[in-house]
Design a protein around this ligand. Structure first.
Ligand SMILES: [Zn+2]
Ligand SMILES: [Zn+2]
Length: 346
């Protein structure tokens, strides 16, 4: 098969020919029809992810068609259209037994713990647990864009934030994660305040359902601005960027007993940011994380997509070829377009 591979961190990946993968007894092999290019792939390529063993094939936001099945798989057939969340469970740890595969102790992450989907074919483990059926009406590029940023936002808003109609939700950062969160919170009937420093992203946030937008560069105090428009603070607030400043603001702009959900990753120097613990105690705030979403929770999200309440296709940006993904991957830290770049030609 054709695949994009890197043999050293920071060295330019190459388009190579590799043996086609064979399914594990509990797994399947998919023909990849679409796979997103994500900043996490860039972090992996520069060496920020200790799970990666070289040489490596990146790619974790994927959708495709089953072409081979292991002997122990019972729920799937060849030619089924499927996708996966970026974290797959092992099926045997206490977290998996409790249905929380997104925090499994022995995670299967294509493109990190195993070779990923910047390739014609990819091997997926524990298929009965980790695959999600893809309805005919959801195209592959849209499906690929769900597995990472979109499902993490869905879990943050629905399962962790427990957002309900009429609540105020603040979203700090209007990249892929933030825009998805705005769309989802709006679909639930919440009033969304979107915060960013880029006017084009704030304009997109408004078209996706933000009731109010705040440019953090043009107000003197972001926290005060959010508290003012929400008449005392947000019920739920998300740091969708992953930065000490947005995290801090997101906690402080909550009303009493509000919930902060950390969605943006905190890596390297940012991994232990300051949080206003005295306020958390005095106002009984809740601090939560969101790390992907279990395959079985797609059952709650997919009907909202099929009914048109959620339109993840609006977040799909450029479609490129496997060969073009090399430049897209290594420039991921410099060019952050609005919308997910997806490989759809192999
Ligand atoms: Zn991703
Ligand atoms: Zn597990």
């Amino acid at each position: 098969m054709k695949a994009v591979m890197f043999e050293a961190f920071n060295a330019r990946p190459k388009l190579v020919t590799l043996p086609d993968p064979r399914p594990e007894p509990h797994g399947v092999v998919l023909k990849v029809e679409a796979t997103g290019v994500c900043r996490s792939d860039w972090h992996g390529w520069v060496g920020h992810d200790s799970d990666i063993v070289l040489p490596h094939v990146p790619g974790h936001e994927l959708a495709g068609v089953i072409v081979a099945i292991g002997k122990d798989v019972t729920k799937w057939r060849v030619a089924d259209r499927v996708t996966v969340p970026f974290v797959g469970g092992c099926g045997s740890c206490p977290e998996c037994h409790a249905g929380h595969q997104q925090v499994c102790r022995d995670q299967f992450q294509p493109g990190f713990t195993h070779w990923g989907s910047f390739a014609e074919y990819v091997s997926i483990h524990k298929a009965d647990l980790n695959l999600v059926a893809l309805p005919e009406s959801v195209d592959f590029a849209t499906a690929a864009s769900l597995g990472c940023r979109f499902v993490t936002s869905f879990r943050a808003v629905v399962d962790q934030g427990k957002v309900s109609a009429g609540q105020w939700v603040a979203v700090h950062g209007c990249g892929g994660v933030g825009l998805a969160a705005i769309m989802i919170a709006n679909a639930l009937g919440a009033h969304v305040v979107a915060v960013d420093i880029a006017e084009d992203k704030l304009a997109l946030a408004r078209t996706l359902g933000a009731a109010v937008t705040i440019n953090a560069r043009s107000v003197t105090n972001v926290v005060e601005a959010v508290r003012e428009v929400t008449a005392g603070g947000a019920h739920v607030s998300l740091d969708a960027l992953g930065h000490p400043e947005t995290c801090f603001n997101s906690v402080l702009n909550l009303r009493r007993r509000g919930k902060h959900v950390q969605v943006g990753l905190m890596l390297g120097d940012h991994s232990t940011p300051a949080v206003p613990m005295s306020r958390i105690v005095a106002h009984e705030l809740e601090i939560l994380g969101s790390h992907g979403m279990q395959a079985h929770r797609y059952d709650a999200m997919m009907p909202m997509i099929l009914s048109g309440k959620l339109k993840p296709e609006l977040l799909v940006g450029k479609e490129i070829s496997l060969e073009e993904s090399i430049d897209a991957l290594i420039s991921m830290d410099r060019f952050q377009g609005t919308g997910t770049t997806v490989i759809t030609r192999f």
